[in-house]
Structures are given as C-alpha cells and as structure tokens.
Design a protein around this ligand. Structure first.
Ligand SMILES: [Fe+2]
Ligand SMILES: [Fe+2]
Length: 478
C-alpha cells in the first residue's frame, strides 16, 4: 500500500506528518530557514520557472511528475520508500532480528552522526554549483543543473526529517547546523573535503556529478541496508533521484568527448583549443582531480568505526544481500591498500596488507565504486575509438593525489609510481589541471540560453527530458 502525498500541506510527505503535530511544527519552523538558505546559497541565476521533476509518491504508478515550477516554490517533500513489513536485519550481530522503527539508545550517537554526514553533503553540492547557471551551455543543461540542485535540496529535507523525527533536541540543533556550515567557508566549512572544492565550470560540474555524486550513490547504498528502517527507506527513495544525477554526469562527459573527438577528426589535430573544444589530455587532468578527491570520501583503508557500524547493523555493504558470505564477517579477511615499509631498509612502497574483513569495509566500498567508475571510462573510450582516434582516458592509480588514507603522506604518479614530493610538485601540471588549463576551460564558459542552441565545446544530448526534444524551452529566464 502506498500513501499519496498531501499537497495541501506545507510540506508534501508520505510519512503522515499531520498525525504528529509537534514534528510538523518543528519542520514548519525549519522551512523558512531552509528558504533563506536557498535564496542566499542556491542557484544564483534568476529564473521565472523551470521544467522540473517533483517527487510526489512512492510505488508502482510512478513516483514523480514533471511541470514548470518557479524554483522557490518547488515542493521539497519528505518521502520514504514503501515499508517491507517482513524486513529483517541483513547483517551484523543482530542479523535476522526484525528491523528497528525507532533508534536504539545504544546506537543513537552513531546513527545521528551518519545522518549528519550524509545530510551535510546535500546542501554543500548546491552551494558548490551556485554560480553555474550563468554559464550553462544550453537550456537543457541548465534545467538538469537545477533539477540536481532541487533534488539535493530535497535530500537535505530527507535527512532533516530523520533528525527532527528521531533525535530530539540534538537532532534539531544538527538540522540547524546543516544550514549554518557552508562549502569552502574558513570558519565553518562542510564536513568532507571534496564538498569544499569549487565547481566553477561545467566540465567540473559533469566530473563532479559523475565522480562525486557517485560517491553519494554508494554511501546511500550502504545506508539503504541499515537496520534503522526509516533511514533505509529514506536512502532507497533518494537513490531513485540519484540515478538522474549519475545520468547527467555520464552523458555530460559523453557529449564533451564526442565534441572533442569530432573537432579532432575534422581538423586532424590533437590541439583542439583553437577550435573551442577541450583537448583529451585536459579532460584527463580534470578526471584525475575529481576521481582522486572522490576516492578520499571513502575514508581510510581500515576503520574500526565502520567495523562497529557494520557489526551493529547501522550501515551495510554495497548490495549486501548479493554477497555470498555469513554477513557477519567475524572470521573473514581482506587485502587492503597500504604503504609497506621494508623492515631492513626502512624503504616504503605501495602495496597491500591483510586485515580483518570488517575493518576493511571502507576499502570494500571504494573498490565497488572504482569498478563502477570504470564503466564511464569505457564508454568515453568507445566514443574515441568510434571516431578512429588512438587517445584513451583512464582512471589514475588509487595512490595518486590522495589526502586521506594510506597514501595521504606520499606522492605517486597516475601509474602508481612513488615520487619524492619536490619531483611530484615539479610534474603536477602534467596530471592535474593547471591555472592555464582552468583559465582555458573557464574562457569557454559562455552562456547559451537560446532555445535549441548549444555551446561549441559540447555536443547536444541524444534525448531530451521526459520525452521532450532537446530544443524544448526547459527554462524560462527572467
Ligand atoms: Fe543527494
Ligand atoms: Fe546527487
């Protein structure tokens, strides 16, 4: 059975909010603060309305509707996926018990922390993307940017709902803090490093939605396994929206590669900068950057915190139910990336070491993520191959440009060769975007806000949104 959203309420929801007056009032009190934040930190480009998807329901008949909406009036609703009444804990020491409808006192602090960390990334990405509207390559792309923005806003709502509904006063304070921190701020930055980086151009935006939003997909995948059922159902619903964010990143890079390949072939040159396209080696540098900072989001190779989360049943593995083991991991081992020190010489090298599987869960999740990222690289290489070009993109080595985990203290090339720090600094510009590269990419970022037109550095999409053509008037500017 599904519960339809009540759009007569201030906050559309399928959690029977009207039955809990206290909770409803708390959320209604938070809502104006959210709107103040949205006005100050959300999309800066003024618009009349935008062709947006709005989540309205759960269940088989479809969960969203499309239509023109003034962005400020977007209905940020609270939706949980349908309850599975027979659901049991799938892993850890409580495996087989009924899942929890309330927060067990013993896990309160840990669950709150997990929700706050996830919640913090949602408004962060909106802040990072705030100024992109001014340089959108087409109305289609502009609409997709805004779609991602409003849905990250809804993901914030989703986490704030859990904080308000299940964590009392502390939860309400944390919900306020989610609006008080801000991306890149010196005094009060966002919690995770990658969410304090700037997304100042559209190449970065597509790399971000491919690599960094994909981290979100994997984190949500682990929360979907949670024994705390409201968190699980919330994450499951969020994953529906995340699929579109993945699509924006994947096809965004597809289209850039397609355009670059075409200009290369037509002009018989690798240096496409004279033709307003982005060279393959520059794409590789942006890829290297976004991939490596996203790898950091998975944390250290080993973590006793994460081991405890798993054993307690708070956070599972990616596709937990497809794993063929005991789902407790009490006697399993895993090889994790490590810096190996030679006992005799003291020399360090990049290698692996065996640890208890339960402490290596960050590595497990990072590897699932890396395998997923490979899919995009293969797609983009097929485009190059199809154009008859020898260039290929690739994922750099896991030790490249890392600031978190076993390789944080060393420097390595994209091939995984260790380098002294001064040597690495001297050659950094071969692998990461230089100021010259960034200036060039930014110079291409001129707005194309005319219906059916597109910038010269990117190919048009194959399909529009919701069956509409590419040249649809997806956004009405002021
Ligand atoms: Fe999100
Ligand atoms: Fe997302």
């Amino acid at each position: 059975m599904t519960t339809a959203a009540d759009y007569s309420e201030k906050i559309p929801n399928n959690v029977s909010l009207h039955e809990d007056r206290r909770l409803q009032r708390a959320l209604e009190a938070w809502q104006p603060n959210f709107l103040t934040w949205w006005d100050a930190m959300g999309p800066a480009l003024p618009t009349q309305d935008v062709y947006l998807r709005t989540a309205i329901n759960v269940g088989r008949e479809g969960w969203a509707q499309f239509g023109f909406v003034p962005m400020r009036d977007y209905r940020w609703g609270i939706f949980l996926a349908e309850r599975d009444p027979g659901r049991v804990v799938g892993f850890g020491e409580h495996k087989g018990d009924p899942v929890w409808d309330k927060v067990p006192g013993e896990y309160r602090a840990e669950l709150q922390r997990l929700i706050v960390i996830q919640g913090d990334t949602e408004p962060a990405s909106v802040e990072q993307q705030r100024n992109l509207g001014a340089t959108a390559p087409s109305l289609y792309d502009l609409r997709n940017l805004f779609q991602v923005n409003v849905e990250e806003g809804r993901h914030l709502w989703a986490m704030v709902y859990l904080l308000h509904a299940y964590f009392g006063r502390e939860g309400r304070d944390e919900a306020d803090e989610l609006l008080a921190r801000s991306s890149g701020s010196l005094e009060s930055p966002r919690i995770l490093g990658a969410f304090n980086e700037q997304t100042s151009d559209w190449l970065s935006f597509y790399m971000f939605t491919y690599f960094t939003d994909r981290d979100g997909k994997f984190q949500l995948g682990t929360l979907k396994e949670s024994s705390f059922d409201p968190l699980s159902r919330t994450a499951e619903f969020m994953l529906k929206e995340e699929a579109h964010h993945m699509m924006v990143g994947t096809t965004g890079i597809d289209r850039i590669v397609e355009r670059t390949a075409r200009v290369m072939v037509e002009n018989d040159t690798d240096d496409v900068t004279g033709h307003g396209a982005i060279p393959v080696d520059m794409l590789q540098k942006y890829l290297n950057f976004h991939y490596s900072v996203s790898l950091d989001l998975f944390g250290g190779e080993t973590s006793t915190n994460v081991a405890n989360y798993y054993t307690a049943g708070l956070k599972g593995r990616w596709l937990e139910d497809r794993r063929r083991d005991d789902h407790k991991l009490t006697s399993d081992a895993i090889m994790v990336d490590a810096l190996i020190e030679d006992a005799a010489t003291g020399e360090r090298s990049i290698g692996q070491t065996e640890v208890a599987a339960v402490t290596g869960l960050n590595t497990d999740l990072r590897r699932e993520y890396i395998a997923d990222c490979t899919g995009g690289v293969n797609r983009w290489n097929k485009i190059l191959e199809g154009a008859g070009l020898p260039q290929r993109l690739r994922l750099p080595h896991v030790a490249f440009n890392r600031r978190v985990g076993a390789f944080a203290g060393i420097e390595a090339t994209p091939d995984g060769e260790m380098l002294p720090a001064n040597e690495w600094q001297r050659r950094e510009g071969e692998w990461l975007p230089t100021d010259v590269d960034k200036t060039y990419v930014r110079s291409l970022m001129r707005p194309v806000h005319e219906r059916g037109k597109i910038a010269a550095w990117i190919a048009p999409p194959r399909h529009g949104i919701n069956g509409k053509p590419f040249d649809y008037d997806y956004v009405h500017l002021v």
